[in-house]
Structures are given as structure tokens and as C-alpha cells.
Design a protein around this ligand. Structure first.
Ligand code: ZN
Length: 439
């Protein structure tokens, strides 16, 4: 018999999965990704070793809703050399040193003229900031405040060997068909260079989750989308607009590797099934978690939840963007993320999907009086341990509320019992013909 999400949840080897996701992040860490360009292609090619995702290319200039696909940016080298010809700022050492989408430049200038193009973080003098200038033509370097302070006032050679020209925007997509054409969407952004929690953790979790779901039997169809932030989901939504009604639930995956507690940002709707499923899982998880309402700021849920789209897409993360000082700096590195945090995040994603997969509405086939459970071996004849009581309580709740109007998640919420207990009760009743699928 083919395994299901319930089996995956029950047998998930968190230590092994944590190591695998972390190893994938180590592989992807050195690559200079951006909104477009070869770094994204190289990243997607590495992911293809894990899942057979389709790579799509959208030409520069393509209109997508109110936006236009930008020119493609590729960088080979960049540096600032001092008067002795030594590289004092070197892209080869750290790809955060260059402002993303910098136009090419090769010139010499005094420190005072160079300074407007240098970006630091004075409040964290040891860290290199991450800066972009996607939609405004510019160039610049990022370095630590400590390094800036150490630069003598002399003439520097400045070079950014990059190209900004017509090309493509690249994104990846992997679809796992299920019994139903109804879809669950998982989306992560793929446009950050050497940054771990934001955003390699999301790429690693999405990839390993897709890999783990591949051999399972699935009720839903799963669609995994790997896109550059903002313009990526906008382009994807524009190209797929006729199909969007198939998407029944969705999650944006980001910031899932830091040691902080889990955070769920609700969809714009706020009461969608995905919102209730995540909230239910977090409520029964036994650890602290934070719940936040939708705000039109953050990651790509902004696009999926724009008013003309309004998909039921939330975001399950650990510490959200901007909630940690390492965010968008060189300190968001491989030391900041932890395999066990990645594994814990993955377990909660699997738990949420388990709820969605199993959340079916049934109709009690013996609704006049309680059916006699004892004669079917479903009810103990003598008092037993507390676990038995909960199991029996779950049977009674499922029988009582399965009137075609209440799904198993409704019953879990109403009874206060974990979804898993309610799902198991339904699974025990089904072979006795006491339940029939209602819709
Ligand atoms: Zn970011």
C-alpha cells in the first residue's frame, strides 16, 4: 500500500532531514543569486538533483500585470583596489560586497567621491549589509563599518564587471498530481545571494518537502514554485491566472531555519482553511508560537493576497523578516541557521499538510441514537487508561458532528482534541460503514 501524509508525519526522521536541508544550504550558499541571471539558473539546476522541477524563462520586457520583466543581471567580478593595487573589497570573498543590479563601472576615484557608493551598518560595525537597486540604475559596494573606517584617504580603483542587458527572468516549478485537481501551493523566493535564513532555508525546506511528498499517495495536487521575490510571483500569477481557482490552500516558505519560535502570518482572508489548519497545528504543538494577522508587507504572500487575486495563502516561518538583527546582513550565515530548527519547521509543514489532506466531511450512517460501538469492538467494555477515554471521546464527537455540515477540522476545533485523534477516530469508524464521505 502506498504511504500517505499520515505515515510521513509518523515516521519523519527529523535528524536526517535537518542534516539534508542544511547540506543543501551549504551547497547553495556560495552562489550569487539575484532577481535574474545565472545564479538563479545554477541554483535551480542544483535543486533538479533533488526534484525534477521545470525551469521557465520569461523574456525581458514582458508585461506582467502592472510590471515589466526587467533586464537580466550577471556579475563576474568586482573589487575596490587601494593605491598599492590590493583588493580591499573583493566580490570573490563575499558576494554581498556588491549592490545587486549594479551597472558596470571601471574607474579611479578618491575616497570622498567613492563614499556615496559605499554602504555599511554603523550599528553592527562587523557586518556587511545586503543591498539591492533593482529598479533604479545605480552601482555600489557594501562593506563593514569597521572596514570603511580603516580605509585611508587615497585614490582607489573601482571595478564592477557585470552586465545588465535583455535576457530572461528564470523560475522553477514542480507539480505533483494528486487524486484531485485541487491544489496546494508552496512558494519560496530564490533571489538572495549568500544569505541563509532569508532565503536559503525556504529553498531547502520547500525542496526537501517536495522530495518527501513525491512517493506518497496524495488527495491534493501540490505545486511548488521557486521564484524571485515580488516580480516572480507577479509574473507567475499573470501567466497562470486562468488556473488560479484550482489553488485551495497555500503557504509562502521563508525564514524557517533560525532557532526562534514558529510564527504564522494569516492569509488576507484570515479564516481560510489553511489559516485554521496552521493555527490548529500550532495550538497542539506544545511549544510557543506567534500568530499575526495579514499585513500587506513581508514576502510573496503580498502578491498572492493582493485584492484582485486574494488566494488563501499564509506564511509559516520562525522569526519573520526584520525580526532578527542578522536579517539582510552577512551575519545571516550558516552559523545562524540550525539543522534542528529546519527539521522542526519541516515537521510542522508536514503536520499542516496532514490536516489538509485528512480534512474530509463525513455523514454518520447510523444517526438515530448512538450506534452500538461495543458490539463492533470500538468501545472498551471495562475502564481503561486515559488514552482510551480520549479515543472513545473522539469516536463520539465524529459520529455526532458528522452530519455533512462539519469537516474533521471543525470537529477537532469544537472538541478541543488534536486533529490526529479525530482523523484516527474517523479511520476506525470507516471500515464499519458508520461514515460516508459527505462532499
Ligand atoms: Zn530578503
Amino acid at each position: 500500500m502506498q504511504h500517505t501524509l499520515a505515515d510521513l508525519k509518523a515516521t519523519l526522521d527529523q535528524a536526517r532531514m535537518g542534516r539534508e536541508m542544511y547540506r543543501l544550504m551549504e551547497t547553495l550558499y556560495p552562489i550569487c543569486r539575484s532577481l535574474t541571471g545565472n545564479g538563479v539558473r545554477e541554483t535551480l539546476a542544483i535543486l533538479q538533483r533533488h526534484i525534477p522541477l521545470d525551469v521557465h524563462e520569461i523574456p525581458t520586457g514582458t508585461p506582467v500585470f502592472d510590471w515589466t520583466i526587467p533586464r537580466e543581471w550577471n556579475i563576474r567580478d568586482a573589487y575596490i583596489k587601494n593605491a598599492n593595487g590590493e583588493r580591499v573589497v573583493d566580490f570573490q570573498q563575499c558576494n554581498l560586497h556588491v549592490v545587486q543590479y549594479s551597472v558596470p563601472i571601471h574607474t579611479r576615484m578618491q575616497l570622498a567621491d567613492l563614499k556615496p557608493h559605499l554602504h555599511t551598518l554603523p550599528e553592527h560595525p562587523g557586518r556587511i549589509p545586503y543591498r539591492t537597486s533593482y529598479y533604479h540604475e545605480n552601482w555600489g559596494f557594501c562593506l563593514s563599518e569597521a572596514q570603511l573606517q580603516s580605509l585611508p584617504d587615497e585614490r582607489y580603483e573601482v571595478r564592477i564587471d557585470a552586465t545588465l542587458q535583455d535576457g530572461h527572468l528564470t523560475y522553477g516549478e514542480y507539480v505533483l498530481p494528486g487524486e484531485s485537481p485541487d491544489e496546494i501551493l508552496m512558494s519560496c523566493h530564490i533571489c538572495h545571494p549568500s544569505l541563509c535564513n532569508d532565503n536559503l532555508s525556504g529553498i531547502a525546506l520547500t525542496t526537501c518537502l517536495a522530495q518527501a511528498l513525491t512517493p506518497l499517495s496524495r488527495r491534493y495536487t501540490y505545486r511548488f514554485v521557486f521564484v524571485p521575490a515580488t516580480i516572480g510571483p507577479i509574473a507567475w500569477l499573470c501567466l497562470n491566472e486562468p488556473r488560479l481557482s484550482s489553488i485551495k490552500h497555500g503557504l509562502v516558505v521563508s525564514n524557517v531555519g533560525d532557532p526562534g519560535p514558529l510564527t504564522y502570518k494569516k492569509s488576507r482572508r484570515g479564516d481560510a482553511e489553511i489559516d485554521r489548519a496552521v493555527m490548529h497545528v500550532l495550538q497542539h504543538t506544545g511549544t510557543a508560537s506567534t500568530l499575526v494577522d495579514f499585513v500587506p508587507y513581508g514576502y510573496d504572500e503580498r502578491q498572492y493576497c493582493s485584492p484582485g487575486i486574494n488566494l488563501p495563502v499564509g506564511s509559516l516561518s520562525r522569526t519573520p523578516n526584520g525580526g532578527y538583527t542578522e536579517y539582510h546582513t552577512s551575519a545571516d550565515n550558516l552559523d545562524f541557521v540550525q539543522p534542528q530548527a529546519l527539521a522542526d519547521s519541516l515537521y510542522h509543514y508536514v503536520s499542516v499538510l496532514h490536516v489538509l489532506e485528512g480534512n474530509i466531511t463525513y455523514v454518520n450512517q447510523s444517526p438515530k441514537g448512538e450506534p452500538q460501538l461495543g458490539k463492533r469492538g470500538l468501545y472498551r467494555t471495562m475502564g481503561g487508561p486515559a488514552g482510551d477515554h480520549q479515543r472513545e471521546l473522539a469516536l463520539l464527537w465524529v459520529l455526532n458532528l458528522s452530519d455533512g455540515q462539519h469537516s474533521l477540522l471543525d470537529i477537532a476545533e469544537r472538541s478541543g482534541l488534536p486533529f490526529e485523534t479525530i482523523r484516527t477516530a474517523a479511520d476506525n469508524l470507516l471500515p464499519h460503514g458508520l461514515l460516508k464521505s459527505g462532499c
